[in-house]
Design a protein around this ligand. Structure first.
Ligand code: SF4
Length: 397
């Protein structure tokens, strides 16, 4: 058994209920919703860190993944008015935002033609002209241009709006998107599932049940997806547990989720700016509890443009085993919300160095965690410095 957990279990001063949870984790037993709530309420960061790191290392050892990707945000004009959103502009203020057509989006995609990116992540605001035909055409055009580029596209928020407007079922809609080239769905738009919170921060958007249904349909079509949770605003700890419980339950059924990504609420330029942001200690604790609770999720990801690279680096000791991607300054979602990362872009060398600095083993992956390059024995400082290293593929299982 892991030495640090052993010490916890021998500790006669440790709270009895916490000790029971530690025993469950040590025995690879699932913890309950009440256990998770207790961890939020009573456990120290050190305690959950030991348990989360145990789970992380049992699943992945020191392996820490990242990918080379870029984002396309077709528009930031939106019909919704989520109170936490710093990014969107209402239709009446659309002159302050951007609205790209397919040609303009393809100019962005083509600007990566000579770069070994493996994924385009597409997400943005919701607007009538971004309809069913638009996205089918967009996915087809990207695939015609670069068939191997993985399209991780849109959330149930956009799909719900698009399918409703086109008067087609979720099943028919998702099937059409997959046929057009959709490879997987990102985890966004989940916010906090419980209606008590969801109705206050994301009124009118697809509900928890609709969000989960759309993911289930995609999983049944043989495509994976991710899941997120927007935490640290008006929710209570039990809302977070309820949120993760719904995800864990769907994952038991489909096994289609790859990664869970906790997203921290940032308070600049939105309707919730009066709220204080959580501390890094709370962020790390949240990662750790997610890792302990979501036993059927393979990966926990720290989205570094949202929490900053230092906290992301620290999170690798609190259950996290994925650092997302190079991103190349192609998303505005968190910089507009006040993140310390105002121009989020890390080249491969920087990502590898961040991971190695905390004695973890950097691995470049594709979207579905096939290994693209293993950096354990490669010193990126001796490679090209343009952010896109041309190295031989070591393993591609
Ligand atoms: S979070 Fe998404 S759906 Fe909500 S207002 Fe912002 S862009 Fe629109």
């Amino acid at each position: 058994m892991n030495q640090e957990i052993n010490v916890l279990l021998q500790d006669t001063t440790l709270d009895k209920e916490l000790k029971k949870i530690a025993k469950k984790v040590a025995d690879s037993e699932r913890i309950s919703d009440d256990d998770a709530l207790l961890l939020y309420q009573k456990a120290s960061l050190g305690f959950v860190g030991i348990l989360a790191n145990f789970v992380r290392e049992k699943k992945h050892g020191d392996k820490t993944y990242f990918n080379r990707n870029f984002h396309v945000e077709p528009t930031n004009v939106c019909v919704y008015t989520c109170t936490f959103c710093s990014y969107s502009r209402l239709i009446k203020k659309r002159s302050e935002g951007w609205e790209y057509n397919i040609e303009q989006i393809m100019d962005i995609v083509k600007s990566y033609d000579d770069k070994p990116v493996t994924e385009v992540h597409i997400v943005g605001g919701v607007l009538p002209q971004y309809d069913f035909k638009f996205y089918v055409d967009l996915f087809k055009t990207i695939k015609q241009h670069r068939p191997e580029l993985h399209i991780k596209g849109l959330t149930p928020v956009e799909y719900h709006y698009v399918f409703k407007k086109a008067k087609i079922s979720y099943e028919a809609g998702m099937k059409a998107m997959v046929e057009a080239g959709l490879d997987s769905m990102p985890g966004g738009g989940a916010e906090i599932f419980h209606p008590e919170i969801h109705d206050q921060i994301a009124k009118g958007k697809c509900t928890a049940d609709q969000w989960l249904e759309m993911h289930e349909i995609l999983h049944n079509l043989g495509k994976p997806s991710n899941a997120t949770m927007l935490y640290g605003h008006i929710e209570s700890y039990w809302h977070r547990v309820d949120h993760m419980a719904r995800l864990r339950s769907l994952q038991d059924k489909t096994t289609g989720f790859r990664t869970f990504i906790p997203l921290k609420f940032r308070n600049k330029n939105n309707q919730l700016s009066h709220l204080e942001e959580l501390s890094a200690v709370e962020d790390l604790k949240n990662y750790a509890i997610a890792r302990i609770y979501l036993d059927n999720f393979d990966h926990i990801k720290a989205y570094w443009p949202m929490i900053g690279r230092t906290t992301a680096q620290l999170s690798l000791a609190y259950g996290v085993n994925d650092m997302d991607g190079t991103i190349d300054d192609t998303t505005k979602i968190y910089s507009m919300a006040g993140s310390e990362e105002q121009n989020p872009s890390l080249n491969t060398q920087q990502l590898v160095s961040l991971i190695k600095a905390v004695n973890r083993h950097p691995i470049e992956r594709d979207t579905v965690y096939n290994v693209v390059q293993d950096f354990a024995l490669i010193d990126p400082e001796h490679q090209a410095l343009d952010g896109f290293l041309e190295l031989p593929v070591i393993n591609n299982n």
